[in-house]
Design a protein around this ligand. Sequence first.
Ligand code: 5GP
Length: 199
Amino acid sequence: MAATAHTEKGCLFILSAPSGTGKSTLCKRILSRFPDMRYSVSYTTRPPRTGETEGADYHFISREEFERRIREGRWAEWAEVHGNYYGTSADLLEADLTAGHDILLDIDVNGARQIREKFPESVAVFIMPPSMEVLRHRLEKRSSDPPEVIAGRLKAAEEEIACSSEYTHVIINDELETAAAELIELIESYRDAGKRLHT
Ligand code: 5GP
């Protein structure tokens, strides 16, 4: 099942999930378990949130700059999410792949579609909440967002979940430790298959 993911370049792992599904925590777990894996730092036009660092969480750029790079064809993928642009630099991605690094991309369903088209061997994982009810509780608990913002996130989540069948794997995040272990085991299986192919 896992044997086709690797080329002589690195392997691309895509993670998508609705807001409130624990994706950021799962990304951190993956990166600490696989220290040689590179996190693809996206570009965005949304302002930094408290605690976010330029170059680590995102590269923060203006809408004008982002649109200029669209015209110049400099994105491996890009999408507008919740009114802001997000994109993956084609140059940065290619450089990491050519250097043989495995790469982790945290991108939305539109971006995932574009990456899979360009890199059909990539491994796309969708993180699913156990139910819409649980997702609602998590979103209400974690933020002081007004009900209409939470309603908007839930609506977006339904749309994203409708695309989950396009993904190579779906992992349900009911209990964080179990989901993290499942995800790590999955990534390990692809990495082991890649090593076997190239030794
Ligand atoms: P946030 O603003 O909460 O960090 O991210 C909002 C959404 O944008 C998340 O679903 C995240 O996966 C997605 N996202 C982050 N970076 C990229 C990117 O480079 N490309 C695309 N298509 N989506 C991204």
